[in-house]
Design a protein around this ligand. Structure first.
Ligand code: BG6
Ligand code: MG
Length: 220
């Protein structure tokens, strides 16, 4: 029986991908690496340091910086990102998310957040969702990022649930892989192609339907 839903944040609850893009782009300008929004797709769901590594590799500069220098670059990106997310308000919930969360609460499902973002709690507060999730996994405690299942396994354990009692909702391919490897039911938000690994997918958050998810979960 479905007892818990574990949410990704960026791209599922609110759309911060553009802010991440703008902040990385500004850093890229400084270090002489330009990239577009299509490349930015590869950074979805990927931790801050892993994102920097991908950007440096893309610009053939992966060996140009020491670990301390890379941490300073990631810090600089994050300072800019923190400025950008100050403009987030409850109006920035993606379409249908408020009613989907309400439907989950009415069914007394336990809710957790499994975001790779260390800014997750700030963003939840800005969205007016600070009290909604029973569990918010702290990504600083993780050994491995998505697509490793660790973040979803930790969320389920903290909720006191077995993986088989949980569904995860994700917009990133790395996230769907993490949910599947955690042994959970995966719900994807995105194109059929990108979400081909998901047990169930919708093209837009407005189409997330709890009854449909429960029915599909029970058939699996
Ligand atoms: C994920 C985003 O949710 O969080 C990634 O999809 C981002 O793009 C990652 O890099 C880490 O975020 P932060 O806020 O800790 O830099
Ligand atoms: Mg995401």
């Amino acid at each position: 029986m479905l007892k818990g839903i574990i949410f990704d944040l960026d791209g599922v609850i609110t759309d911060t991908a553009e802010f991440h893009f703008l902040a990385w782009q500004k850093l890229g300008e400084k270090i002489g690496i330009t990239f577009d929004r299509a490349f930015n797709e590869n950074l979805k769901g990927i931790s801050r340091m892993d994102s920097l590594d991908r950007i440096l590799a893309y610009g053939n500069k992966e060996n140009n910086y020491t670990q301390a220098e890379k941490e300073a670059l990631a810090h600089e990106k994050n300072e800019h990102y923190k400025q950008l997310i100050q403009q987030i308000s409850p109006e920035d919930l993606l379409p249908g998310i408020a009613s989907f969360i309400k439907a989950c609460q009415e069914k007394e499902l336990l809710l957790a957040l499994a975001s790779a973002s260390k800014n997750g709690p700030t963003i939840l507060t800005r969205l007016g969702l600070a009290d909604v999730f029973e569990v918010v996994v702290d990504p600083a405690t993780l050994r491995k990022g998505k697509p490793d299942p660790e973040i979803f396994l930790q969320a389920a354990e903290s909720l006191g649930l077995d993986s088989s009692e949980c569904a995860g909702v994700e917009d990133a391919e790395a996230g769907i892989e993490a949910i599947n490897r955690a042994g959970m039911f995966s719900v994807g938000v995105g194109t059929a192609e990108a979400m081909s690994g998901a047990d169930l997918f919708v093209e837009d958050t407005i189409d997330l339907n709890l009854e449909e998810i429960i029915a599909s979960f029970n058939q699996k």
